[in-house]
Design a protein around this ligand. Structure first.
Ligand SMILES: Cc1ncc(COP(=O)(O)O)c(C=O)c1O
Length: 400
């Protein structure tokens, strides 16, 4: 018997974190690196949110709190869901955890048994299948590739459902593709789900505020209220308020599920940081007007990156509706050789050669379940993005 658990043996470390670390090591060694591998806004946490945290510290709000969050934050979360998503919920229907990731982790660990299936559209955020496997359940991959704009089609969903399906995980706008579902597209999926009452829906709306071109965000429990009783709507302040390090995620869902999640969290991390919770109250209740500016900046960066990647490089990049990622195809350049002599057989070869030869760090599509692609995060300054796009173009021009 080994020391490390079977559960640990079922999962992979995060590829995005691994590549970010390699890029950081190269930078420390003096290389000129531009890392577009990580998924975090480059803006500062807004001033009024930082001030609320400092006030909380000085007022001694530094003790344990309720496991699932202070009432003030759960009330702010309920107001947010009502205001932005038309979900008529109270604080008792809301739950706070140390990041959106802990919400997902709690929900899956609280519900999955060996043999249970979780439908995950491909490409996916790296953590979904790993958490499912950690729970000894089975990820079922449903293809949502470039041919459908990286969105799950109702017929693909229908074909993936079996009597063992426990959850469907949706993520809109998406990491890694930036694809955002319209209300109409969600309605199509909801129609399928209405025919399969044993399937629960976990929707990861963490990029909600980042929808471009005047588009409107939609979430499935709002589009089809009949699904509310089996939907966990997850969100957080990490991306919306540039608070990735503060670790606050939240959700609303069926009370039976929330009670299970509370039981788990009470025996693991207990409450999320009290100081971060008070900051999150300020984030959710305070002014949201800065978001308009952030959106405009991100949209400009998206346009810069998409145009640059499609400029006769051999890459093929769709224009995403949201988040801060693009997910171009590198297929036309595979099977060839880089300027530095590296054989580019796979997307991983491609991003590794790109990093070695240009210092630009991206993540290969295979890490997200879809080979032949790569993910670029444009949560970086315009100057860095222009520099990176220039280096990518030069790298591509030397592939032969
Ligand atoms: C799709 C998606 N969900 C959840 C998270 C995790 O969010 P948090 O930092 O709140 O745990 C991320 C972070 O990268 C993400 O991209």
């Amino acid at each position: 018997m080994g020391f490390l658990s079977d559960a640990l043996g079922r999962i992979q470390p995060s590829a995005t974190i691994a590549i970010s670390r390699k890029a950081a090591d190269m930078a420390r060694a003096g290389r000129d690196v531009i890392s577009l591998a990580a998924g975090e806004p480059d803006f500062d946490t807004p001033r009024h949110v930082r001030d609320a945290a400092i006030r909380a510290i000085n007022e001694g709000k530094t003790r344990y709190t309720n496991v699932d969050g202070i009432v003030e934050l759960k009330e702010a979360v309920a107001r947010k869901f009502k205001r932005d998503n038309g979900l008529d919920v109270t604080a008792a229907d809301c739950f706070v955890a140390a990041g959106g990731k802990q919400v997902i982790f709690n929900a899956l660990l609280a519900t999955l048994n060996p043999g249970d299936e979780v439908i995950i559209p491909v490409p996916y955020w790296v953590s979904y299948p790993e958490i499912v496997r950690l729970c000894d359940a089975t990820p079922v991959h449903a293809v949502a590739d470039a041919s459908t704009g990286f969105k799950l089609r109702p017929e693909t969903l229908e074909a993936a459902i079996t009597p063992r399906t426990k959850w469907l995980i949706l993520n809109t706008p998406s990491n890694p593709t930036g694809a955002a579902y319209t209300a109409g597209e969600l309605r199509g999926l909801a129609e399928v789900l209405m025919r399969h009452p044993h399937v629960h829906i976990l929707t990861d709306d963490i990029y909600e505020v980042l929808v471009y071109d005047g588009g409107t965000f939609a979430t499935i429990a709002q589009v089809e209220p009949a699904l509310r009783e089996r939907t966990l709507t997850m969100n957080g302040v990490s991306k919306s308020h540039a608070m990735t390090g503060w670790r606050i995620g939240y959700c609303t869902g069926p009370r039976l599920l929330l009670a299970g999640m509370l039981k788990l969290q009470s025996q693991s991390t207990t409450n999320p940081s009290s100081i971060s919770q008070w900051a999150a109250v300020a984030a959710l209740d305070g002014p949201q007007d800065f978001l308009k500016e952030w959106r405009a900046v991100f949209q400009g960066r998206r346009d810069l990156v998409v145009a640059g990647l499609n400029a006769n490089t051999g890459l093929d990049c769709l224009t995403p509706q949201g988040a801060f990622y693009v997910f171009p195809s590198v297929r036309r350049l595979l099977g060839r050789t880089s300027g530095g002599g590296a054989r580019l057989a796979t997307d991983e070869d491609f991003v590794m050669a790109l990093l070695e030869e240009t210092g630009v760090a991206l993540v290969h599509g295979t890490a997200f379940g879809l080979p032949g692609h790569m993910r670029l995060s444009y949560a970086a300054s315009n100057a860095q993005l222009e520099d990176a796009v220039g280096r990518i173009q030069e790298f591509c021009s030397k592939v032969s």
